[in-house]
Design a protein around this ligand. Structure first.
Ligand SMILES: Nc1ncnc2c1ncn2[C@@H]1O[C@H](COP(=O)(O)OP(=O)(O)OP(=O)(O)O)[C@@H](O)[C@H]1O
Length: 256
């Protein structure tokens, strides 16, 4: 691999007259947990959407291992190993935990109608089930495999969202506010799991408002404000950066 692992280069996103992201550049190193922070409306979610292929940038590029991935659709981006979770739950409430996890595996195993008719997709289906079981086990959900997703406790629901993303075997996992609505115990447990993902060489880009979680988890943090790059550094550098503190003033920056 030459150059940085994941690179955002001069990203611009315009919505009509509003420029939500204005020339944002930063790099994410392989195997790290990289935080993206900024006050409300700074452009974090829009940036995520450009990285995951949900939005095509108005200008600029996202590169993975030097290959341009911006402009590809979400499915193509996922096939290259970049998979996101959503801020709000997108589970199928009426389906079981296992069924939800199996849906995630379809990102990796392109469903093939012909193979399904002839039965030649059976090994794939077995592999998909193994992968789904592995992901559920990793997130401590295997014992809940037959429970309706809609009946899960909030912490388990968020964990299932991550397990679904993991069944796609990402190299890069984009986590959008994974700790929202979690109690401190659930947050602590989830932080441990995110560290374990990093131990397994998965690169994490994390948007999160819980500053304690961000500061405790991230190797590096990029802070944006009004759609622009503001600062980058290690958690302790960001916590004490005057420009970052200023950007958050009035917005409730409680860097523990
Ligand atoms: N689809 C859209 N159409 C028009 N404007 C949008 C759209 N999505 C976001 N915006 C605007 O772009 C700006 C950045 O929004 P974005 O959601 O990316 O910020 P954020 O940093 O994720 O905020 P928060 O922390 O509140 O989630 C905001 O002014 C928002 O209103």
């Amino acid at each position: 691999m030459t150059g940085p692992f994941l690179e955002m280069d001069q990203l611009i996103m315009r919505f009509g007259g509003l420029t939500a992201v204005q020339g944002l550049s930063f790099k994410v190193e392989h195997g790290t947990i990289h935080g993206l922070i900024g006050p409300n409306g700074a452009g974090k979610t829009t940036t995520f959407n450009m990285v995951s292929g949900f939005y095509r940038p108005s200008a600029g590029e996202v590169r993975l291992r030097g290959e341009v991935i911006s402009g590809l659709n979400m499915y193509e981006v996922a096939r290259r190993g970049v998979i996101r979770t959503f801020q709000h739950s997108t589970l199928f409430a009426e389906m079981t935990v296992m069924e939800n996890a199996l849906i995630g595996t379809h990102i990796a195993f392109r469903p093939n109608l012909f193979a399904a008719i002839t039965g030649s997709d059976r090994p794939d289906r077995r592999k998909a089930r193994m992968r789904a079981e592995e992901a559920l086990d990793f997130f401590g959900l295997l014992h809940l495999a037959d429970v309706r997703a809609g009946d899960l406790a909030h912490g388990h629901e968020r964990a299932l969202g991550m397990a679904i993303a993991m069944t796609g075997q990402p190299d890069v996992l984009l986590l959008d506010e994974p700790f929202t609505g979690m109690n401190p115990e659930e947050t602590g447990r989830m932080m441990e799991l995110v560290r374990k993902l990093r131990d397994n060489k998965i690169t994490i880009l994390l948007v999160e408002h819980d500053m304690q979680a961000i500061m405790g988890l991230c190797d590096r943090i990029t802070c944006m404000s009004f759609g622009k790059f503001l600062a980058e550094g290690k958690p302790e550098e960001i916590r004490t950066n005057p420009a970052v503190i200023e950007a958050y003033l009035g917005g409730g920056f409680h860097a523990a």
